[in-house]
Design a protein around this ligand. Structure first.
Ligand SMILES: Cc1cc2nc3c(=O)[nH]c(=O)nc-3n(C[C@H](O)[C@H](O)[C@H](O)COP(=O)(O)OP(=O)(O)OC[C@H]3O[C@@H](n4cnc5c(N)ncnc54)[C@H](O)[C@@H]3O)c2cc1C
Length: 386
């Protein structure tokens, strides 16, 4: 296998990648972990500083960027034990609070998000808005005392049950319709009127998805993160890292599946040579390797641009990286399962369970089609059909 390093890996990043990889391999002897294992892994990774590598040092983080955090997630995934909540808690919520939060909000949340003792979920998706976030209707009404009342419904929100709070994307009452002017609120899990219901998914993952109902949730004035008039800038400060981290999640999984398939193809022998000698088996694996590597390069570019402060450039690259990673991983997992024949579908080898998991990266956090729409309109300047 080629080296997992990318052109932007400094010696520190090479060391981080190696350390996370060896830590993760020690935790994943049998493949993807179950719920208790994930909890333990989260706690240990937090103690080692891996969960907060992107957060400011003055709040207990590692002082790095999304590049470092994506290395952590990719290497965990490549060892078979990805942590989905990394996409949400330090990458979206940690970044948004670090960039736009008040001193008190940073003090309250960042040290815990960095060491993993606090977790924050993120809720933007709504049943009637879906891919069209401009249609979200979760509404915040300002009270006379400066506090807020939130009402709305969210779906598919990951990890609400284990998160201490959820960063909810709403809109203010006077901006209820028209172009989205999002406002971000930290809603504690115990807030009165905040309830959640598990959505059973056909996914073999430890982290679960929930429908969330906000029924007259009363929040203090300082639940609002950032400026209520900042528009999309603050939201995308969180959404671009989410896309880059979803690419890292997918690419780790793709590398894990490909490694398993290559190992198997090297040794499994049913005719004269191991099955890996048949080009019908070898070439699709080689293609997958190339496609994963190409997607990793785009992810590295997106993370680099984001960390350099180029939000606009990072937006396009993050979309493309997420697209490329999702496609490459869906294909790699499919081919890996096929390479193992009947064993590809056994629980012992644990590959078939990745078929649905890999497809998440095609749908969330923004679907393949919406990325193609973005590139058609924003990059290529083609007209819009919707
Ligand atoms: C495992 C998992 C975890 C998730 N975790 C979270 C989370 O933590 N927080 C959160 O907020 N959300 C989360 N989501 C939600 C996710 O972001 C949404 O599912 C996603 O944005 C797509 O929205 P939708 O499901 O409503 O699909 P829809 O918007 O209904 O789309 C359905 C299909 O129509 C296509 N489509 C829609 N509009 C167009 C168009 N204009 N042109 C072409 N095609 C179009 C889409 O590409 C898609 O294929 C999660 C989802 C999953 C599956």
């Amino acid at each position: 296998m080629t080296s997992p390093h990318t052109p932007v890996d400094t010696p520190e990043r090479v060391a981080l990648r190696a350390a996370v990889s060896s830590f993760a391999k020690g935790h994943a002897p049998g493949g993807p972990q179950e719920r208790d294992g994930v909890r333990q892994l989260w706690a240990e990774a937090g103690k080692l500083g891996y969960l907060g590598v992107n957060l400011p040092e003055e709040y207990g983080g590692g002082g790095g960027g999304i590049t470092e955090l994506s290395i952590v997630l990719e290497e965990l995934g490549a060892a078979g034990c990805p942590l989905l909540m990394l996409v949400v808690s330090p990458a979206i919520c940690g970044t948004v609070i670090a960039r736009f939060g008040t001193a008190e909000q940073k003090e309250r949340w960042l040290p815990g998000l960095a060491d993993g003792s606090l977790t924050m979920a993120f809720g933007i998706t709504e049943p009637d808005a879906g891919s069209n976030s401009h249609r979200i209707t979760t509404t915040a009404r300002r009270e006379d005392d400066g506090g807020w009342i939130l009402n709305g419904r969210k779906v598919f929100i990951s990890g609400v049950d284990i998160a201490d709070a959820t960063l909810i994307v709403g809109r203010t009452e006077d901006a209820r319709t028209g172009k989205l002017k999002p406002c971000l609120f930290i809603v504690p899990r115990e807030a009165h009127g905040f309830s959640y219901r598990h959505i059973p998914m056909e996914l073999a993952a430890a982290e679960k998805q929930f429908e969330v109902v906000l029924d007259d949730v009363r929040l203090p004035a300082d639940a609002l993160v950032g400026d209520e008039d900042a528009g999309l800038l603050q939201l995308f400060a969180g959404l671009n890292p989410e896309r880059i981290m979803t690419a890292a999640f997918a690419l780790g999984m793709g590398r894990y599946a490909l490694d398993k398939a290559v190992d198997y193809a090297r040794t499994r022998q049913v005719w004269k040579e191991p099955i890996g000698a048949h080009q019908a088996i070898a070439h699709p694996l080689a293609q997958s390797h190339i496609e994963l590597e190409l997607a990793r390069l785009m992810m590295a570019k997106a993370a680099y641009l984001y960390d350099m402060g180029d939000d606009a450039g990072a937006g396009e690259a993050a979309n493309m990286a997420k697209y490329a990673a999702g496609e490459a991983t869906v294909k790699a997992v499919d081919q890996a399962v096929h390479t193992l024949g009947g064993n590809g579908l056994t629980a012992e080898y644990g590959l078939a369970r990745l078929i649905t998991a890999a497809r998440v990266a095609r749908i969330a956090p923004v679907s393949r089609e919406m990325i193609l729409n973005y590139v058609s309109h924003q990059t290529l300047g083609l007209p819009k059909s919707y």
